[in-house]
Ligand binder design. Structure first.
Ligand code: CUA
Length: 320
């Protein structure tokens, strides 16, 4: 029986890893440190699980009633100093081992690397959680929605927050580090350094309302040169009102309730809506909300609002 259990646990772990129950492969130094801590804790908890369940099964077998009559008491044991010392000291040692390792790893997880550290001076991105989208702002003013672009092999520091009029969300891209709440009026700091190019997916991890489930986040890591070029040309395009900011804003902030084609979903249809096509009315609703709709763009900069209302006016980008 015990043998079966011993064989089942690693088999279960292997299945779990493939089915997505094991942590994702870390792709950033802070995520690696979190994963190391997880593995360290798992060694102890795994061993304790086997010990407790194994003893349980063994005791059931070893101390089964057997031939002892039903009315007869078993052997009476009064204290065992060595045993009592052992089950006091062993847990203390285990907790010390777990605690010291986690505290040893904590700076790697928490501390945003200095400019002289590997990965160089961090690119600072402000991450704001709104119902039900993420807005990113770069130091040169570039705004991005839901999908953040970031350079590979460079530190990216994150100032994670939410506007005063919103609710708590939670920023989490598992491959790129820990989970941080985006709290109205507060700022939490985190960072990552993507080790290779690719798209890293995440999800708002704090229940924030009816469309929480579709409040996804992505980080697209691209080579450093490509990132610098994009950031510069995107700044110019947004300045000139020639970027796709309107479309991005629509997809992130409007489409989750009104449909990507404006067909309506939990919110009324916007396609063909005279109200949506009127920039002043649209802005009034986006800034102040209406009925069930939160004031999704109360604190947007003018150019983001202009990009959205222009996109709506053009019939959701269809030009019609
Ligand atoms: Cu935002 Cu859940």
């Amino acid at each position: 029986m015990l043998l079966v259990l011993v064989l089942l646990v690693p088999a279960g772990a292997a299945v779990a890893a493939n089915a997505g129950f094991a942590p994702v492969e870390p792709e950033s130094p802070n995520a690696e440190a979190i994963n190391d801590s997880y593995a360290w804790v798992a060694i102890f908890t795994g061993a304790i699980f086997l010990l407790v369940q194994g003893s349980l099964l063994w005791f059931i077998y070893r101390y089964r009633r057997g031939r002892r009559p039903r009315g007869e008491d078993g052997a009476q044991v009064h204290g065992n100093t060595n045993l009592e010392l052992a089950w006091t000291i062993a847990p203390v040692l285990i907790l010390v081992a777990i605690g010291s390792f986690v505290f040893y790893k904590l700076p790697d997880i928490k501390d945003i690397p200095s400019a002289s550290a590997a990965g160089g001076e961090p690119v600072e991105v402000t991450v704001k959680g709104y119902r039900f989208y993420w807005q990113y702002t770069y130091p040169n003013g570039v705004i991005a929605m839901d999908r953040m672009r970031a350079p590979v092999d460079r530190n990216v520091s994150l100032a994670i927050t939410a506007p005063e009029f919103d609710v708590i969300h939670s920023w989490w891209i598992p491959a790129l580090g820990g989970k941080f709440d985006a709290i109205p009026g507060e700022t939490n700091e985190s960072w990552f350094r993507a080790e290779r190019a690719g798209v890293y997916r995440g999800q708002c991890a704090e229940f924030c309302g009816i469309q929480h489930a579709v409040m996804t986040a992505e980080v697209e890591a691209v080579p450093g040169d490509e990132f610098d070029e994009w950031l510069e040309s995107e700044a110019e395009a947004q300045e000139a009102g020639e970027s796709d900011l309107g479309e991005q804003t629509y997809a992130a902030a409007c489409a989750k309730c009104h449909g990507l084609a404006g067909q309506g979903d939990i919110g009324p249809p916007l396609a063909g809506s005279a109200l949506a096509a009127d920039p002043e009315l649209a802005e009034e609703i986006v800034r102040n909300g209406r009925g069930e709709m939160p004031p999704i763009g109360q604190d947007w900069e003018e150019r983001q609002m202009a990009a959205l209302t222009e996109y709506l006016q053009e019939g959701l980008g269809s030009g019609g």
